[in-house]
Write a protein that binds this ligand. Structure first.
Ligand SMILES: C[S@@+](CC[C@H](N)C(=O)[O-])C[C@H]1O[C@@H](n2cnc3c(N)ncnc32)[C@H](O)[C@@H]1O
Length: 237
């Protein structure tokens, strides 16, 4: 009999942030295929005899084929992905591959780093009277700086650390205030979490020695990090 695949969000890093449903499926799966950023404590929750396969160097097509192959061999598979599977997680591509192959699947949402990582630094991405709009971007991809600079509220950039100087300069060039409070939060929710806060114009230099994974949060809500997260600005405006 063909097995099922569950695309399970593992949460942002802290193993305690997986959902109850996700943990249930993980504890009774026959195979777990996990991303690099997923907590090892979660992979250890799979039954002792379950196959454990790290994503490693496999590309997306290879992962899709692997999921289909494992399910066709009769195994119930948990595909354990960082954060939420459908937010910059390529979970949609895996789900489409499963539909195409006629494999039954379930999506178990996860706590995305989108709000959880800023929260861990004392930053609510929305806050009444401060920000009622959140714009999410892939900092790695092509960016429309004019529309991003004009968007009110909070801007959250995933995978933006490597291009932080370009991101800040592009936004300022297109009209975003250079003094806009900006945070870089690395390894959010992990014990080794690091947070740097600085004005937009100075964030790249302030976050120079930060390692990925990191989320960039730009907007007035970042000012709350001082009161709610005890984070002081790294440099003056
Ligand atoms: C491929 S995306 C996956 C996002 C994930 N699906 C989610 O919902 O959070 C990976 C990016 O998410 C962000 N990220 C994920 N976990 C993080 C964490 N614990 N701390 C900071 N940023 C994180 C980083 O920008 C990282 O480069």
């Amino acid at each position: 009999m063909t097995g099922c695949v569950a695309l399970v969000g593992a949460g942002p890093g802290d193993p305690g942030l997986i959902t109850v449903r996700g943990l249930e499926l993980l504890r009774r799966c026959d195979a777990v295929v996990h991303d690099r950023l997923v907590a090892t404590e979660l992979v250890a929750e799979a039954p002792g005899e379950a196959l454990r396969i790290g994503r490693g160097p496999l590309d997306q097509d290879e992962i899709n084929h692997l999921l289909v192959r494992l399910a066709r061999s009769g195994l119930d598979v948990v595909r354990l992905k960082g954060g939420d599977p459908f937010l910059f997680g390529r979970g949609g591509e895996e789900a489409l591959a499963l539909v195409e192959a006629g494999i039954a699947f379930e999506v178990v949402p996860g706590v995305s780093s989108l709000a959880a990582v800023p929260a861990a630094a004392g930053i609510p991405v929305t806050h009444r009277g401060v920000s009622s709009q959140v714009t999410i971007v892939n900092g790695h991809g092509p960016l429309d700086y004019a529309s991003l600079a004009a968007a009110p509220g909070t801007l959250v950039a995933f995978m933006g650390l490597g291009r932080l100087d370009e991101l800040a300069a592009g936004l300022i060039e297109h009209g975003r205030d250079a003094s806009t409070p900006t945070a870089v939060i690395a390894s959010g929710t992990h014990p080794e979490q690091r947070v740097v806060v600085a004005p937009l114009a100075r964030i790249a230099e302030a976050a120079e020695d930060i390692d990925p994974p990191a989320l960039v949060v730009i907007g007035e809500v970042v000012s709350l990090a001082e009161t709610l997260g005890g984070v002081l600005s790294a440099v003056a405006a």
